[in-house]
Design a protein around this ligand. Structure first.
Ligand SMILES: *Cc1c(COP(=O)(O)O)cnc(C)c1O
Length: 470
């Protein structure tokens, strides 16, 4: 059923309880699995983060369809997420009841080989204030600063494909964490080119409303800030956050204050599958969030075993439209963690996206994708065409590390197997893509992007005839 289900019956409250690795043995729904499957699950969850909750187990997973069920794939460890040799080694230690320290050492070693921090996030996106790095922030695109509040570095449940998985497995020295909201406000005061803050995590909505307010309220005094976004999976993983949790109402009042301050509040909701939009709890949560004046925009990666077919995406977007949500991005899964298990080739991603997109009316065509968040920027696979007898990917920057790249189209040789930008070769005999010389400078000489230097920023504005919001 696609049409929203409005009933006046009130929703029975649930109390949040995380279900984690140590609870695997006592979860009644898992008793249908073999000892072999359970050992695999314990082995994978020693390496990759695992956390679900009662809502997911009771209302989202179809236990008659396990292990193929997409919600089960999205939230429970799967044996093929580790390379066979790693899985066997980990299983061996667990089956032999090896000491905890040995199990942890092996887990760390496997983790370190899973590209825990893709796309140079740690090196090149961390902004500075008075030459001091600000580790809880990323400023990659001129208009938008990403902020990772230290209190929001976990989630109501973990997605098995998460590209920020390394944050949850205790690789502490690499963890993004912000010391204080004050740094953010000070940075923004110096950076009038920023008009949007995107608060993300983990999941900022794991914070109680009083803590969240501590981060958000200082932002409401900054005149150049036109929008605040909150990146969250809470509507999908724990909709009770907005309905029956003790501070649900306080949270909605906070959202109202942001809207009343004259700003756009966007809840960047992560919905991977139409089933996440089908429960009464999520529909009630959506109704309450929208009543505050916040706009809910939706994004998710395309992942094998979860949502790798066109019908799933067109149903997902149709449900979003019915419920008043705005389809925003379809992402290509990043090159990290259990990538081999989840990856979908770019050619197939483009096929799934276009097929689903063609089934939408214009209301659904606000969505962009498939989009790679790569080091030079956000790159869409915008088409597959033949030009002068050469089959090519038509690629397009929708965000560029250099603002002038946004909107630029470029071409790569078609490759049916490629899964990420760095595997593509330029088309038409070109030696490199147009952005590669600039990226070398940024990487090798740590050159800041053009806009961080005020004079070049102003020069670019006049060159490209930008009209600024300010
Ligand atoms: C996606 C992204 C943004 C926001 O980009 P929009 O196209 O404005 O949604 C900002 N910073 C980083 C690092 C991102 O990956």
């Amino acid at each position: 059923m696609i049409i929203a289900n409005h009933t006046s019956q009130s929703l029975r409250p649930r109390k949040y309880r995380a279900i984690q690795r140590r609870d695997l043995d006592s979860l009644p729904q898992l008793s249908q699995l073999s000892d072999e499957d359970m050992l695999n699950m314990r082995a994978v969850s020693a390496v990759l983060p695992f956390r679900v909750n009662d809502y997911i187990v009771d209302e989202l997973i179809d236990w008659d369809n396990v292990p193929a069920d997409p919600m089960f794939q999205l939230s429970f460890p799967q044996s093929d997420m580790l390379a066979p040799a790693d899985l066997a080694a980990m299983r061996g230690l667990i089956a032999a009841n090896a000491p905890e320290a040995g199990q942890q050492a092996l887990a760390r070693e496997i983790q370190s080989r899973l590209n825990p921090h893709p796309a140079g996030q740690m090196e090149v996106n961390v902004p500075r204030l008075d030459d001091e790095p600000l580790p809880g922030m990323q400023h990659k695109y001129r208009e938008t600063v990403l902020f990772f509040p230290s209190h929001g570095q976990t989630c109501h449940a973990y997605c098995t494909y998460c590209f920020r998985w390394a944050q949850f497995v205790g690789v502490d020295e690499l963890k993004f964490a912000s010391r204080e909201a004050g740094n953010l406000a000070r940075y923004l005061r110096r950076h009038q080119e920023v008009n949007c803050v995107l608060i993300t995590g983990g999941d900022p909505m794991v914070m109680r409303s009083s803590v969240l307010a501590r981060y958000i309220e200082p932002l409401l005094g900054l005149d150049h800030l036109m929008s605040i976004r909150i990146g969250t999976k809470s509507l999908a993983w724990w909709p009770y956050r907005y309905v029956t949790d003790p501070d649900a109402d306080d949270t909605l009042r906070l959202f109202e204050r942001v809207v009343k301050s004259g700003r756009h509040l966007a809840i960047m909701a992560h919905f991977s599958h139409p089933r996440e939009l089908a429960t009464r709890a999520v529909q009630e949560a959506i109704r309450r969030v929208r009543d505050t004046g916040a706009v809910i925009r939706c994004q998710a990666p395309l992942v094998r075993h979860v949502n790798d077919d066109a019908l799933t995406w067109s149903n997902l977007w149709k449900r979003q439209i019915v419920l008043g949500l705005v389809p925003y991005y379809m992402f290509v899964e990043r090159d990290t963690g259990p990538k081999n298990y989840f990856e979908v080739p770019l050619a197939r991603a483009h096929e799934i996206f276009s097929k689903a997109w063609r089934r939408m009316s214009g209301l659904g065509r606000t969505v962009r994708g498939p989009s790679m968040s790569a080091l030079p920027g956000k790159v869409l696979v915008d088409g597959i065409e033949e030009v002068n007898g050469e089959k090519v990917f038509v690629l397009k920057f929708v965000q560029g590390r250099e603002p002038a790249w946004a909107g630029r189209v470029f071409f790569a040789r078609f490759d049916p197997q490629a899964t990420w930008l760095d595997q593509l070769k330029p088309a038409f005999g070109a030696k490199e893509f147009f952005f590669e010389p600039a990226m070398r400078e940024i990487k090798e000489h740590h050159r800041a992007p053009a806009w961080s230097d005020r004079s070049r920023f102003v020069q670019q504005l006049s060159e490209f005839g930008h009209v600024e919001w300010m």
